[in-house]
Design a protein around this ligand. Structure first.
Ligand code: ADP
Ligand code: ADP
Length: 221
């Protein structure tokens, strides 16, 4: 059972202050909604946690440790950042087989996560060139689940899903959290997450402006 701790992150891109003291904790066992307008710093925060961007100040810990020091990072943390970039001539399943191989996992695990992502039954055996955004989101989700990680970070995973897909993803997220995972999900639309999130972190201009359990929020009316 691991947490994500974001502690006082500051990050500048040229004149833009992308993160201005971003701080919050993601607890295991519930979905934490990370909401706020475009440009609030949600993606940058996730990229810093994953070591893809360096912060100017502050730090980020996964299970108490910086991501880069984790011995098996892909087994600890599953991430969906941008809808998977795929080679158009290969199939989605091929893409996952390649990722699985690099983690020492086999085809059986690939077919398991394809089922979890709603891509069982052969859709992932078509060439990726014709995939919709929703299909690529599902494939990215399958990739994030490969290593059975205790921590999930999903950036705008509802993008490109139809209403049925949105309902399906909410249920999947609830199940993943109920199993004890720490699940951080960003969206610029609170409505996508309000029925599934147990905790709400609202960001604006690179910092947290609200951090509350959803139960407390409802009790406050
Ligand atoms: P969100 O995910 O909440 O939409 P981002 O983290 O993507 O926000 O962006 C926060 C701010 O940082 C925005 O003003 C964005 O334009 C800027 N930004 C993000 N990444 C870069 C980058 N690589 N180069 C320059 N500016 C960036
Ligand atoms: P449920 O438990 O909701 O009835 P199913 O048995 O149909 O669901 O689906 C498989 C379950 O496995 C899902 O609930 C899902 O939360 C869970 N699961 C999610 N991620 C993984 C994973 N990486 N490895 C194994 N099981 C997972």
């Amino acid at each position: 059972r691991a947490t994500i701790e974001v502690i006082g992150l500051r990050k500048r891109f040229g004149p833009t202050l992308a993160l201005d003291g971003m701080s919050f904790t993601v607890e295991p066992g519930r979905v934490t909604a990370f909401v706020g307008p475009n440009g609030a710093g949600k993606s940058t925060t996730m990229r810093v946690v994953l070591g893809l961007d360096a912060a100017d100040e502050g730090r980020a810990l996964v299970g108490g440790r910086p991501y880069r020091t984790l011995r098996h990072p892909l087994r600890h943390v599953g991430a969906l950042l941008d809808a998977a970039a795929l080679q158009p001539g290969r199939t989605g399943r091929d893409h996952l087989l390649w990722l699985a191989h690099s983690q020492g996992l086999g085809a059986a695990r690939v077919d398991q996560v394809l089922d979890l992502a709603g891509l069982g039954g052969g859709v992932a055996r078509r060439r990726a060139g014709g995939y919709s955004l929703g299909m690529r989101q599902r494939l990215g989700l399958a990739a994030a689940l490969l290593g059975d990680p205790a921590v999930l970070m999903l950036d705008e995973p509802f993008n490109g899903l139809d209403p049925e897909g949105i309902g399906w993803l909410r249920e999947l997220l609830a199940g993943l959290a109920a199993e004890g995972r720490a699940v951080l999900v960003s969206s610029h639309l609170l409505s996508e997450l309000q029925h599934v999130a147990g905790h709400l972190v609202v960001a604006e201009r690179g910092r947290v402006v609200a951090d509350t359990s959803v139960a407390a929020l409802l009790a406050a009316g």
